[in-house]
Structure formats: C-alpha cells, structure tokens
Design a protein around this ligand. Structure first.
Ligand SMILES: [Zn+2]
Length: 408
C-alpha cells in the first residue's frame, strides 16, 4: 500500500506530496507506521527494487487481506493513475477506506462517487462479487481497470477468465438492443503503467468458453483525460471480426478438438444416433451475438443442440414452444451438458435464446407470428453438401445477417 498513518495519526502518502528520500529515511527513525484500516504496525519499504511502499508484517497480515503482497505493477499502476486523475483535478483519494463496506478501493473520486480498482492479480470470485455488491449497495460507481499482464490476445481473439468477465459491466447493455451480430456493448479497459498506455478491448463477442473475438484500441495516457475514459468513441469494423468468426467455424468443421468437451461428446453421439455427419452442420448454426455471453458453451455447440433437438426432425409449420425450450435448456445446464455463465452482467438466458430464434427467422429457418416461432417449410438443411459449399454458406449467411441489420 502507499498510504499509512504515523504514531500521531498523520497521513503519509508516498505519492502526494512528493517526499524526498532523506525525509522518509529520517521519518522512519522518528515514528512507527500503522495501517489505516486494521491499525497494525506496517513497515515502510524504501528499497531499490520495488516502488516505495508500506507492507504489513508477514505474520500479521491486514484484515483486508487482498492488500497483501501487492505486485510492483500494481503499486506502480495505482501511483500513475492517481497522478493522472490528480492532474485533471478529479481530487482522487488513494486507498480510501470505506468502513461501512470494509473495502478500500485503490482510488476513490469523492465528487463523482466512483471507486476505481486496478486489478493485476487473480482474486477469488467470491471476493470480487462481494466488492461489486458492496459498491452497488452504497450506490457507488465502480470501475475496474485491469493490469495489461491480464491481456492475453492473439490476433482478434482474447482469452478472458471468469474474473475478467465479472469486471466487464456496462449499463448500456440493457438499453442497446441492436441485434447486428458484431455489435457489442461489452468492453474491458487495461492499463500498462510502464508504457502508460490504456488498452480497450471492445465489441466483445463470445466464441468459445474462454475465447472472445473483439477489437482493440491503444491510447496513450497523455492523449486522453479522465472524463473521456469511459465515453471514448471506439470505432467498429465488423468485417475482420466476421472473418475470424468464419475461420473458427471452419476449424470446427475440419479439425477435431484435441479434448472433446461434454457438450461436444453429447452432440457427436446425438449426430451418430440420428445418422448425421457432425461437421456437416447447417451454416445457421454458430451465429454470433453479444448476448450469447450468457452461455459458457460455445455458440456453435448450443445452437447445434437446439437444431438437433427442435429443428432437424420437426415438421414444417410446427410451433416451437419457447417455454419448453428454456425449461429443457435449464435441465441440460443442470446435467452439465450445457453451461451457463453466472455472476456477469448479461441479458438473461431467455433473451439470448430469443435473439437466436429471431436470427433464424431472418434466415428463413423459422418464421414468427406474434410471439410464436414456427418451422419454416422451405428451410435448407444442406444435408450432403460438400465441406467447401458449407464453408461458402457460412460466409454468405453471416454477410446476410449483417446486411439485414445494417438496413434496419
Ligand atoms: Zn491493515
């Protein structure tokens, strides 16, 4: 931590004002230091390797244990962010203790009632959940900035953990019902204290249980002011995302997974029983949408499941009961064959399923009367199509879906 109290109760911050090394060395001889939260003695570390900081004694950790063993990156990031908010007169408070919550965000902006957490290391999901809930109870906005060490990106694909996903919340989600397949209100903000660069990962769309496609924007800290940090306009180019998506579907068709998940195993068995070839799934299986983040199962897999269960053998004009479908999906989630994501800000399961059925209506696999969905008599199942044809269809269908929404 960067803030402690002296024996006389004076606050010493290692960020502002800037104390000289001589002053701090002599202060260390004159007084003990205490943790502002648990009031235990802490040690002022003025070493060469790590940024100067206070640390609890190894055997007497803080009651707010998550503040122990802060990494160099975390200390440095916190310091940089503090200075930056300070420069723009946001009156940030470093490590401000909120006793009613028993929480101490890295930074607190009292004017706007915003708690800012700079998160570099992993934390138990329960702790994060409790913290977010606490901020909500006290009606504090909470902003999570992730350490750039957490950013695992290859091309347009980013690997995100359950913890990263919990930090991705955007109020606009519930207002933005735009259904274009590559528009997403989800974004994450990363910060690298060494290069002083913010990285936005935005338009996040789920691809597999751990992989997400998204766009990226890097911006130097000196080129942005705190007021724009979360309203920064982020440009959107869906075409590369669509290409990446199609590549993924192509791999799903051509390259068997090294490890078959329970879902895939179930689907392969079902295909075998129904005398279908697994990789020959119709191109309307595996469609993207941000709301599909609700399901941890890959879109290709759960949409395949819906197809095999409700569409494949259904008679033309047959009515689909959404109620029954949702009930059954929940049952399969219980059985572990399908998986749902918990603890994230995302639309409901019902919403996600309805979006998919609507997409199927645009592609004339289903049709809709009022709120009910029916099997379209002319839907194309592509049975017996060559792999080349199917891959071609994958591209066409995504393009079609994208253009329909563009003109709406
Ligand atoms: Zn303490």
């Amino acid at each position: 931590m960067l803030v402690a109290l002296t024996s006389k109760g004076q606050v010493i911050s290692l960020v502002m004002p800037l104390y000289t090394p001589e002053f701090l060395h002599s202060l260390r001889k004159l007084t003990e230091f205490y943790c502002p939260v648990c009031k235990q003695k802490v040690i002022l570390k003025l070493g060469q390797k790590k940024i100067w900081h206070f640390a609890h004694h190894y055997h007497f950790p803080c009651t707010l244990t998550q503040y122990e063993a802060e990494s160099e990156r975390h200390l440095k990031g916190k310091k940089e962010l503090f200075t930056w908010f300070e420069t723009y007169h946001q009156a940030p408070i470093l490590e401000h203790y909120l006793p009613e919550l028993h929480q101490r965000p890295d930074l607190y902006l009292p004017q706007k009632r915003v708690a800012i957490e700079y998160q570099c290391s992993n934390m138990p999901l329960e702790v994060i959940k409790r913290r977010i809930r606490g901020y909500h109870q006290e009606k504090l906005a909470n902003v999570w900035i992730l350490g750039e060490n957490r950013l695992k990106r290859k091309g347009l694909k980013t690997k995100l953990s359950q913890m990263d996903l919990m930090m991705m919340h955007d109020q606009s989600i519930f207002r933005n019902l735009n259904q274009s397949p590559f528009v997403s209100p989800y974004k994450l903000l990363f910060f690298n204290p060494s290069s002083k660069i913010f990285t936005y990962i935005h338009h996040i769309i789920p691809l597999t249980p751990t992989q997400f496609i998204s766009e990226r924007k890097d911006i130097k800290m000196s080129h942005i002011n705190p007021n724009h940090l979360f309203t920064m306009p982020l440009s959107h180019s869906p075409k590369p995302l669509a290409n990446e998506w199609n590549k993924h579907k192509q791999r799903e068709r051509l390259i068997p997974h090294k490890y078959t998940s329970q879902t895939e195993h179930y689907l392969r068995t079902l295909c075998y029983k129904k005398n279908r070839v697994y990789y020959q799934f119709p191109s309307f299986i595996g469609l993207p949408h941000y709301s599909y983040i609700r399901l941890e199962t890959s879109p290709v897999h759960w949409q395949y499941w819906i197809f095999l269960r409700y569409i494949n053998n259904a008679k033309p004009y047959a009515r689909l009961s959404i109620k029954r479908m949702i009930k059954e999906i929940k049952y399969y989630i219980q059985k572990g064959i399908l998986r749902e994501r918990k603890n994230i800000f995302a639309p409901s399961l019902e919403f996600a399923i309805k979006i998919y059925l609507n997409q199927l209506c645009y592609l004339r696999v289903l049709y809709k009367i009022d709120k009910d969905f029916f099997i379209h008599p002319d839907w194309l199942n592509y049975d017996g199509s060559s792999i080349e044809t199917l891959i071609q269809k994958d591209h066409e269908i995504l393009h079609k879906l994208h253009t329909i929404y563009k003109h709406k």
